[in-house]
Design a protein around this ligand. Structure first.
Ligand code: SAM
Ligand code: SF4
Ligand code: SF4
Length: 339
């Protein structure tokens, strides 16, 4: 395996998140609020989006530079046509240990088996509440809970395991339903990850008082079903993990607001139109599409990627509260680079 490239803080490249589209069939208020992303919103036109061949070529180069984990995301990755074709193209890349996908689950009944057959290892499904009213309020009334449960069942049947569930917790919105969600995931044997509501982008009207700190989430679950903290699986793992004391199952909390983990951050992100981002809260990407379409060689593209990672100084979550409003106003949106 290639020696991973390192950034200015000596952090190795390990993960690549590939956002395949900026479109989505949901309108989660914390990500793509319906009042902004309405009928007339201009998403990227198709010619501007990387083809599957272009994504595969760039991924091959990035894997040579050290990435071993690939996660496909979006927008909603399953709204992109024949996503299984991309999975089948990425699967044979030498050096990829883990190929996974984050989805809202809505299209999984149609897609789960095709994705598994194409070589996808496992899947993460986002589900913020089992309470239908709460869930509909959060996703812009685009889906019932049952639709997502059907998707999760399809993934399980197809063998896309272990199944992980992502839940973004917002105070006053779904925090009163987290214990029910935890109990359900525990019974089903799914790994649940609670995510602190983050100030990604500038369109969700984020406020600190809507963040439920990870410790509070853990305390609330622990009071109902006792937990013990466990060690990280690997150094750059972002979730703090807890096992149920009765031996059945675990939860994780992603405390990017209250306990930032930039020191171990090994993630690179590729946007649908071919820009490389080295932080979820980046204000600027490095364009790879122009060189790619202008006929650059693999070595030339590799040099751009090396430079980008080599000069990386990102640690947004650690300096969040030192940022000016002007800095914040330039951040890239979550639906664009995919969390
Ligand atoms: N559409 C897919 C989905 O929802 O799973 C994939 C893309 S979505 C941007 C990736 C993850 O980011 C989801 O689990 C979503 O809940 C999470 N997310 C989006 N906006 C967020 C925010 N403001 N704070 C924390 N997590 C967020
Ligand atoms: Fe769509 Fe995922 Fe964003 Fe919700 S979180 S709007 S499902 S991209
Ligand atoms: Fe990584 Fe940026 Fe998040 Fe820090 S803020 S963990 S550098 S993505």
């Amino acid at each position: 395996m290639a020696e991973a490239i390192r950034d200015t803080f000596n952090r190795p490249l390990r993960d690549l998140r590939i956002s395949v589209t900026d479109r989505c069939n949901f309108r989660c208020a914390y990500c793509m609020p319906a009042e902004i992303f309405g009928e007339h919103y201009r998403f990227l036109p198709k010619p501007e989006i990387l083809t599957y061949e272009e994504i595969t070529r760039l991924t091959g180069i990035i894997v040579r530079l050290g990435a071993v984990k690939l996660r496909i995301t979006g927008g909603e990755p399953l709204v992109r046509e024949e996503l299984e074709t991309l999975i089948a193209m990425l699967r044979p890349i030498d050096g990829v240990d883990d190929l996974t996908l984050t989805t809202n689950g809505y299209l999984l009944p149609k897609k789960a088996q095709l994705l598994k057959d194409a070589g996808l290892n496992r899947i993460t499904v986002s589900l913020d509440s089992l309470d239908d009213d709460v869930f509909r309020r959060m996703n812009g009334n685009r889906s019932s809970v049952q639709k997502v449960l059907d998707g999760i069942a399809a993934a399980e049947l197809a063998g896309l395991q272990p199944i992980k569930i992502n839940c973004v917790v917002q105070r006053g919105v779904n925090d009163h339903t987290i214990v029910d969600l935890a109990r359900w995931a525990k019974d089903k044997g799914y790994i649940l990850r609670f995510i602190e509501y983050m100030d990604v982008g500038n369109k969700n009207g984020w406020r600190m008082d809507e963040v439920v700190p990870a410790q509070e989430i853990v305390d609330r679950i622990d009071a109902a079903m006792p937990l013990t903290q466990t060690r990280r699986n690997y150094q750059s793992e972002v979730a703090l993990r807890y096992r149920y004391q009765d031996g059945a199952g675990e939860i994780g909390v992603i405390a990017s607001v209250t306990k930032p983990f930039c020191g171990a951050c090994s993630r690179m992100r590729l946007s649908p139109e071919g820009s490389l981002y080295t932080c979820l809260f980046a204000t600027q990407g490095t364009d790879l599409r122009a060189p790619l379409r202008d006929g650059a060689t693999d070595d030339e593209i590799e040099a751009i990627i090396r430079d980008t990672w080599g000069s990386r100084i990102d640690r947004y979550s650690e300096v969040r509260f030192e940022q000016t409003d002007e800095d914040r106003a330039k951040k890239v949106e979550m639906y664009h680079i995919g969390g």
